[in-house]
Design a protein around this ligand. Structure first.
Ligand code: ATP
Ligand code: MG
Length: 596
């Protein structure tokens, strides 16, 4: 997925926070709940210390002094009550932070995915053509999920670990300043180690995410081409290909695992030192009488509570690093600016719009020139045809008109406007397109026909199907209009797909109708029938027909012959036959007349 966009060198977490500004309040409460839960969770060791204190020091005990209780039993009861409060509060905040963080995770993943998808849909065709479906799916699904996982668990873990270190640190400094340095010696080492680990893990997880994208792309590609794989009995080869992509993913993870797994054992060693030091040195101070027995027991318990979560830091950082790699990819995607943006003008309401190409030049990216000074006029309401050799630029012409791609030079106009100035709704909404490679959606026949006008009445839908000569076969389908046609409409024949696509375009009753090889897959008889029913309505709209089969275009008001990105001949069928040029020779070939 190279060349997404040059990401600004801002930390992904900051970008994420900036991105989710609307949730600042919710994030703050979630953080507060996490901290409160941890504080109450850390209280029991102190209560144990106080209990020991009660037993050892009786009237002079801390709890006795605080509550002014002299009787040891009363002191213990007070402790018991305190303990109950602490436990209940801990549980309550546990529930509160879980609900907060997990809902936050759900909200943010939902919004991020939706944002990414609506953003991606605004990007121009060229951008998609340079990328793989699978790779994009990896971002829209896996990377978003990774972010969700971190918010679900990791964020809380990080906050609670920090709370632990700060709280216990403060307790140590207040209660036993002599022992504090020993207990805390491991902390800077652990933190330093963690950051170093993080640094080394970061690039590894970027690679992991990239490899996951490649693997996804490979699988999506194979699934899309499953019929071709079977036809060429290439199953084994494709397994090998997936095997390779999957191994790359595995290897990338392996690298990350090697580093992230070393983390916990190393931290444990540091912890061992801190714990032993507290145990021995603190015990010695207690024996000496410089440290209260109660305080000593708090120290020992608390050191464990301090250091233990730090071993999980590795795991949490791991989760964090993975999610940051994903966040980077997601935010990079959101940062891609559409290269083709709509104008703000709208076409005047009309039954038909004229089309005009003036000296249009175009190439795909840095590629060769496809349109080289093409000029073509289709007056409003007329039916024109474009013919020409394969690869001469006919479909490209349509893409330029709809601004799927931007022309490099010259002018494309619809009605009275340059297409650049029109809003996409006005421009594309005025065109009914039957594209050369028909795409139908997974769903029913009715949903597909009504795709461009979901609120169309049943009558209109049936009429459109009738005009496209599709009604008969639709009604003969086992479930009729409610038949599921499979992904890409693969349960239909090629000609049936084309006719549904024509019905879909006609239902919009567009001022401009473009048929790019729209009837190439239907038999001559059906094509003739479609032509007849189209002619009933073509008088009212502008129609552009692209076809190789010249009988398809014979009746057009004017036929333009394209050669290498230029119009070389224009005229009616009869005129072109008489002039004896390229069209005339094409006609002879197709009608089986040999040139003398
Ligand atoms: P056909 O009759 O086979 O449909 P066409 O006249 O419609 O041909 P176009 O689809 O316009 O031909 O393609 C014109 C040229 O542009 C071809 O050489 C093709 O390889 C190239 N081309 C088409 N689409 C792209 C693209 N998305 N990126 C790069 N090159 C492209
Ligand atoms: Mg084409």
């Amino acid at each position: 997925m190279g060349g997404m966009a040059s990401a600004p060198p801002v930390h992904p977490l900051k970008r994420l926070l900036r991105y989710s500004t609307t949730h600042r309040g919710a994030i703050r409460t979630a953080v507060a709940y996490s901290v409160l839960n941890k504080l109450f969770d850390l209280a029991p060791p102190f209560l144990i210390g106080m209990a020991v204190d009660v037993v050892v020091r009786s009237e002079a005990s801390l709890i006795g002094q605080i509550f002014g209780l002299e009787d040891q039993l009363h002191q213990l009861i007070a402790l018991g009550v305190l303990n109950a409060i602490v436990w209940i509060a801990e549980s309550a905040f546990e529930y509160a932070y879980q609900v907060r963080w997990r809902n936050l995770a759900q909200t943010i993943q939902h919004e991020a995915r939706l944002d990414a998808w609506s953003h991606v849909q605004r990007l121009e065709m060229g951008w998609f053509e340079d990328r793989s479906t699978g790779g994009l799916m990896a971002i829209l699904n896996d990377d978003v999920n990774q972010l969700e996982r971190f918010l679900d668990r990791g964020a809380n873990d990080l906050i609670q670990t920090a709370t632990t270190v700060l709280t216990i640190g403060t307790a140590f400094v207040v209660l036993a300043p002599q022992v504090a340095p020993f207990a805390f010696l491991p902390v800077p080492i652990i933190l330093w180690g963690s950051f170093r680990f993080q640094r080394r893990l970061e690039p590894k997880y970027d690679v992991v995410r990239a490899k996951a994208g490649d693997l996804n792309a490979c699988l999506a590609n194979d699934l899309g081409g499953i019929a071709t794989i079977k036809a060429f009995s290439a199953e084994a080869r494709e397994v090998e290909r997936v095997d390779e992509a999957s191994r790359n993913y595995q290897a990338a993870n392996g690298e990350a695992i090697r580093i992230s797994s070393a983390f916990v054992p190393l931290i444990r060693m540091a912890i061992l030192f801190g714990f032993t030091a507290t145990l021995i040195f603190g015990g010695w101070l207690t024996l000496e009488g410089t440290l209260e027995v109660g305080t000593y027991s708090v120290m020992v318990y608390v050191t464990q509570r301090l250091l233990w979560p730090l071993t999980r830091l590795g795991e949490t950082f791991d989760l964090y690093q993975r999610s940051m790699a994903s966040t980077r990819r997601l935010l990079d995607l959101l940062a891609v600016e559409p290269a083709i943006t709509p104008g703000d003008r709208a076409l005047a309401d009309a039954r038909a719009h004229a089309l005009s190409f003036r000296d249009v030049r175009f190439s795909y990216g840095e590629g060769p020139n496809i349109l080289r000074g093409l000029s073509l006029e289709v007056p409003a309401g007329e039916t024109h045809a474009v013919v020409g050799a394969t690869g001469s630029g006919k479909s490209t012409l349509v893409k330029a008109l709809l601004r799927f791609h931007e022309v490099t030079d010259g002018e494309v106009r619809m009605g009275a406007e340059n297409v650049r100035d029109l809003s996409f709704d006005s421009l594309r909404g005025s065109v009914g397109l039957v594209a050369q490679d028909v795409f139908l959606f997974h769903g029913t026949v009715r949903e597909n026909v009504a795709y461009g006008r979901p609120d169309a009445s049943d009558e209109d839908i049936v009429r459109a199907a009738e005009r496209a000569e599709a009604l008969e076969f639709i009604e003969a389908l086992p479930q009729g209009w409610d038949t599921e046609i499979g992904e890409r409409g693969q349960k239909l024949s090629g000609g049936q797909r084309q006719r549904l696509s024509i019905a879909r375009a006609l239902l919009r009753d567009p001022p401009v109708l473009i048929l790019d090889e729209a009837t190439s897959a239907v038999d001559n008889e059906t094509e003739a029938a479609i032509q007849r029913s189209l002619e009933e309505v073509t008088g009212q709209r502008t129609t552009l027909i692209i076809a190789h089969r010249l009988s398809t275009v014979r009746n057009a008001d004017r036929i333009h012959v394209l050669d290498a990105g230029q119009v070389v001949e224009s005229g009616s069928h009869d005129e072109l036959i008489h002039s004896g040029g390229l069209y005339a020779s094409l006609w002879r070939v197709q009608t089986g007349q040999r040139a003398a």
